[in-house]
Design a protein around this ligand. Sequence first.
Ligand code: ATP
Ligand code: MG
Length: 252
Amino acid sequence: MSHGIVLSVSGKGGVGKTTFTALLIRELIGLGKYEVLAIDADPSMNLSTVLGCRVGETVGDLVDRLSRETDSEEIDATLEQMIWEIVAENRAFDLLSMGFTEREGCYCTVNRVLARIIDSLTMLYDIVLIDAEAGLEHISRRTDRDVDAFFIITDPSKMGFLTVSRIIDLTKKLHINFKDIYLVGNRFPKNAEEMLYNFAKEIGVQCVASLPLDENISRFNLLGKSILELPENSAIIAPLKNIVKNYIQPLL
Ligand SMILES: Nc1ncnc2c1ncn2[C@@H]1O[C@H](COP(=O)(O)OP(=O)(O)OP(=O)(O)O)[C@@H](O)[C@H]1O
Ligand SMILES: [Mg+2]
């Protein structure tokens, strides 16, 4: 059976990970030839909001329900079967919300579940996109083990750059070999682009885009409109198409 690809998006809090993931989904489903699964792996579940999708039962809810109803030894097997029932089918793509568990009040459990099921998911979809939570935990939990293209987003700030360096260091320390690691600048004014590309060179990572601040995104966000409906002439769309064409489609 052929294997789909896994794309994962990480970076400092608030740099635009969820927006970038939603925009990739918009582009990829627009091509009309790929089976796409979006995984909202951030417990605050912003991806569904940005996409304008309803959240049903999450993996965390499912774990909680099974913990009440099933013997602990059986949970894992049952869980893997039942995950398919909570994948929300939208018009052009599917969405799986990881959520978090009641008991632990954290997402360690759901991250472990994700690490376990990711391989089976790639059997059913051409593209699996993961919107990770901010920070580094998902890397140390190895949720990203099977990732084909690992996008790290930064905004024009020292903290954004530092987080990128820390993420790269951690992947090296843990010997995680992503097939491709790409740096993406978001909300970059033209006059800061040189710093972004110099930084990429310094850390030995390819920078694939410097995305502008896009007024349509700000407006859509304020009005609660789905990013999927962002107009084609928005400033951010051309560089995004370029990423899809040159760095994602060749993997498919
Ligand atoms: N290029 C852009 N132009 C305009 N607004 C943007 C752009 N990118 C992101 N934003 C806005 O910045 C805010 C943060 O973006 P987003 O939620 O995507 O970041 P995040 O990295 O996913 O945050 P978190 O760490 O909380 O998950 C949102 O209000 C979003 O609409
Ligand atoms: Mg987010």
